[in-house]
Design a binder for this molecule. Structure first.
Ligand SMILES: [Zn+2]
Length: 282
């Protein structure tokens, strides 16, 4: 396949501005999709010879709350510029006392507690150009890419930041934080962390046959676990700011260790084998 040499990017990273702002040579491009505009421009940069497209999930001014992010446009845009492997770092609350602020957890499962977010491309609705996606039921038993997860875990260890390897991310609708009762219920289910953006990002990536890996940074203990005043946005921003530097280092090491797109052999690349999608993926 020529896709690794003829496209603007190989790898996508959906995160905050801290992940691209320091790169010397960034090219900003705008991408439109059949689903509308992504959260912002894509910022193309180079990491150890890999061409990476960065997308600020909430927009560069952080103006989009989790429930208003156009997840379909975001993932579609990344695929359209050539990305086939995607990292989606995000801030989360810890649901266990031992997962305090500064914990890096690379989940292997998720639970969707969002409401009213469109989470499929294959809804039988015509696209603006008249093409009609078929109804498709995507396998999602293991929502994250095993290769990307391993790259993330290895990169963190290499930087001396021992990660939690595996666990369940519960994704809530937000934008409010959980009540103590909700949080205690989430913890009682055995779930590990709680966030607001990890879904439908993960399933839309799978529908587009993208490898998707989530890296979660715990910024606070969730309301059912902590004993103070509850989660505050200021606390989240403070801990995120303290850790964004090393999270960026881990991400960049992980990016540089990914296989070539043409060599992907994981379940993500074969999710639709045998299905007639009705449309061509970009
Ligand atoms: Zn994969």
């Amino acid at each position: 396949m020529a896709e690794t040499s003829s496209t603007p990017a190989d790898i996508g990273v959906i995160g905050g501005s801290g992940f691209y702002a320091f790169l010397d040579d960034v090219t900003e491009i705008t991408v439109e999709t059949p689903y509308g505009s992504p959260s912002d421009s894509l910022f193309l940069g180079d990491i150890a010879g890999r061409r990476v497209a960065f997308l600020p999930r909430h927009g560069r001014k952080h103006h989009l709350p989790p429930h208003r992010i156009n997840y379909r446009a975001n993932l579609w845009a990344l695929r359209a510029v050539g990305a086939r492997q995607v990292f989606g770092p995000c801030a989360v609350g810890g649901l266990r006392p031992e997962y305090g602020p500064g914990t890096l957890l690379v989940p292997d499962q998720l639970v969707d507690r969002t409401k009213g977010r469109t989470q499929t491309y294959f809804d039988g609705e015509p696209l603006p150009d008249g093409r009609v996606p078929n109804v498709v039921h995507t396998t999602f038993a293991d929502p994250y890419c095993p290769v990307g997860r391993q790259a993330a875990v290895t990169a963190a260890r290499g930087r001396g930041w021992e990660p939690v390897d595996g666990g369940t991310m519960c994704v809530v609708e937000g934008p409010r934080f959980s009540t103590r009762a909700e949080s205690r219920w989430h913890a009682a289910q055995g779930w590990s962390v709680v966030g607001m953006t990890g879904h439908p990002e993960a399933v839309l990536a799978r529908e587009l046959e993208l490898c998707y890996t989530s890296l979660t940074l715990v910024t606070d203990l969730d309301a059912g676990v902590e004993t103070g005043e509850g989660v505050s946005h200021g606390e989240v921003l403070k801990v995120f700011g303290e850790n964004v530097g090393r999270l960026r280092e881990v991400l960049f090491d992980a990016v540089s260790s990914l296989p070539d797109n043409a060599d992907r052999d994981c379940l993500c690349a074969h999710g639709h084998d045998g299905w007639d999608l009705g449309i061509e993926l970009p």
